[in-house]
Design a protein around this ligand. Structure first.
Ligand SMILES: Cc1cc2nc3c(=O)[nH]c(=O)nc-3n(C[C@H](O)[C@H](O)[C@H](O)COP(=O)(O)OP(=O)(O)OC[C@H]3O[C@@H](n4cnc5c(N)ncnc54)[C@H](O)[C@@H]3O)c2cc1C
Length: 485
């Protein structure tokens, strides 16, 4: 009789374009397994909003398997314990899963699983699902081309006639959190399909322009991020649907194209970035905790009061606070404002990026360690290779919220101020309001911060370290020129 094939669903909660499932189905009866790991969920970057989204994606997968005659075994516990239990119940089996680039905790867990498999004579096969490369021979040279090749491989069709194998089913613990969300993003395969489809055909035409502001970005950005985190749809499916849409636009009347081709090109560029950043954490998992250039870790100091005011949107900088409160209520904010929020914490407040990064991670429904930590480091100026970019909270407010409406909506203490007066600190100071005075002086604080950072950048020893960082992690193209521009 063919050996039992266990498919360990992790961050690939789908049946389509799922290499682990496809391979397992070819080899024998398939036991679909999901392990809910309380220790992972107790990590300080984790939060209820992420858990809640994952549960939605899991329910969707469970339903999809049930419709096809199977049962997803959802077990609560540590993966190695679950595997031991499986071994006791069935003897030998093979294990299939996708490679995962997660945080240090999942990195350690995967190491334990590999060790368990090798000492228990269980074959463990891992498959790629992103353009991220694993192994000691990986190099940034030619990486971009290999990413393209990976995305252009045919999407794997859902395997038909799976011989499902039934095992026990546990119950997830009752959620113990208050989501504190005004808006909850729908999860699961259908939601992922609908989100991508509406972006590609209705919402995405002005993507390049809309992505800069939190309000236009809300509908003008793709909003696929948490679906990519939990894998309700694969990146390759998204990539190929986008290319197909571009091809359809090209073969249709030119007057219907508008800004679509450029926007979708830019979207493909972002998918590429996803893997470019994640590759950094894959190659160096401790980047979650330490700066790419270690010397930068000694610069900044913890300050509980500053961190608390930052987290609560009470810094006295109206646009920063509006963005923080919007993020807290929606679980999402656009890229530029994420960068500004990190800049404010790291330069104005001079807080260690590890601390403010965790505050943001918990607020992001789409928290993805592989993107998050390399981005937080880049925006904090600790990589030695990226331009030091300090955002002015006032300029960003005037540029991205010129009417002041967004800021008034999220900082109602200032609703009596008309138009863009809401961004003027002197006018704010004179207004009869409980809203706090600025926590620091932006100019003085960021001048000090830049002096400190540039002093390190001039250090010859650190310059040599930066060259090594560039070799290991740097993009080989300043601006990836997308093939189909
Ligand atoms: C400090 C900081 C932290 C971030 N943390 C996360 C995170 O934890 N999880 C996360 O998914 N994204 C993160 N991003 C990247 C980006 O802001 C979000 O991916 C994006 O805002 C999600 O919305 P969207 O899906 O509509 O994006 P779109 O603009 O429509 O982009 C499509 C997809 O491309 C990828 N992408 C987009 N921008 C970037 C980028 N700058 N770097 C890498 N990949 C990108 C994402 O997977 C995104 O879903 C972070 C950015 C910054 C500056």
């Amino acid at each position: 009789m063919a050996k039992l094939q266990v498919v360990w669903f992790k961050r690939d909660l789908r049946l389509q374009d799922n290499a682990a499932l496809t391979a397992a189905a070819r080899h024998g009866p398939v036991l679909p397994l999901f392990v809910y790991e309380p220790t992972m969920w107790s990590q300080s970057s984790r939060s209820g909003r992420q858990d809640q989204f994952m549960r939605g994606a899991l329910t969707s997968l469970e339903r999809d398997i049930a419709v096809r005659g199977g049962n997803l075994s959802t077990i609560v516990g540590e993966v190695t314990e679950v595997l031991s239990d499986l071994k006791k119940s069935f003897g030998g089996f093979e294990l299939h899963a996708h490679e995962e680039t997660g945080d240090l905790w999942t990195f350690g867990r995967d190491g334990k699983v590999r060790k368990w498999c090798s000492s228990n004579d269980v074959v463990f096969r891992e498959y790629r699902q992103f353009g991220i490369e694993r192994g000691s021979k990986t190099s940034r040279n030619g990486w971009s081309k290999r990413w393209d090749a990976m995305m252009e491989q045919p999407v794997l069709p859902e395997p038909t006639a799976i011989n499902w194998f039934d095992w026990k089913r546990g119950r997830l613990p009752e959620p113990q959190y208050d989501l504190k969300l005004e808006w909850v993003q729908s999860a699961g395969r259908r939601a992922a399909n609908d989100t991508l489809d509406s972006f590609l055909t209705q919402r995405g035409e002005y993507y390049q322009k809309d992505m800069s502001t939190p309000l236009a970005g809300e509908s003008g950005c793709s909003r696929v991020s948490p679906h990519l985190v939990w894998g309700s749809m694969s990146m390759r499916e998204m990539y190929q649907a986008t290319i197909a849409r571009q091809d359809a636009l090209r073969s249709g009347p030119s007057e219907k194209r508008g800004y679509w081709l450029k926007s979708l090109n830019s979207f493909v560029g972002r998918l590429h970035w996803h893997c470019h950043f994640t590759q950094k954490l894959e190659d160096q998992p401790d980047l979650e905790n330490r700066s790419m250039i270690l010397a930068y870790d000694a610069l900044r100091q913890s300050n509980a009061e500053r961190l608390e005011r930052y987290e609560n949107g009470m810094t006295g900088y109206p646009f920063v606070d509006a963005c923080m409160r919007y993020l807290a209520a929606n679980g999402w904010i656009n890229f530029r404002m994420r960068a500004m929020l990190v800049s404010f914490a790291s330069y104005d407040l001079w807080l260690p990026w590890q601390e403010s990064g965790k505050v943001l991670a918990r607020l992001f429904t789409d928290y993805d360690a592989g993107i998050h930590w390399p981005q937080v480091q880049m925006q904090s100026g600790v990589t030695g290779i990226n331009t030091v970019r300090v955002y002015s909270p006032i300029k960003q407010g005037l540029d991205q919220d010129p009417t002041g409406d967004f800021t008034r909506r999220w900082v109602p203490e200032l609703r009596s101020l008309p138009g863009k007066a809401v961004h003027d600190l002197e006018t704010v100071a004179e207004a009869p309001t409980t809203y706090p005075r600025p926590i620091v002086d932006h100019k003085a604080a960021t001048t000090y911060a830049k002096d400190q950072i540039f002093a390190l950048r001039r250090d010859p020893v650190l310059k040599a370290e930066a060259a090594a960082v560039m070799e290991k992690h740097g993009s080989r193209k300043r601006q990836a020129k997308r093939r189909r521009a």
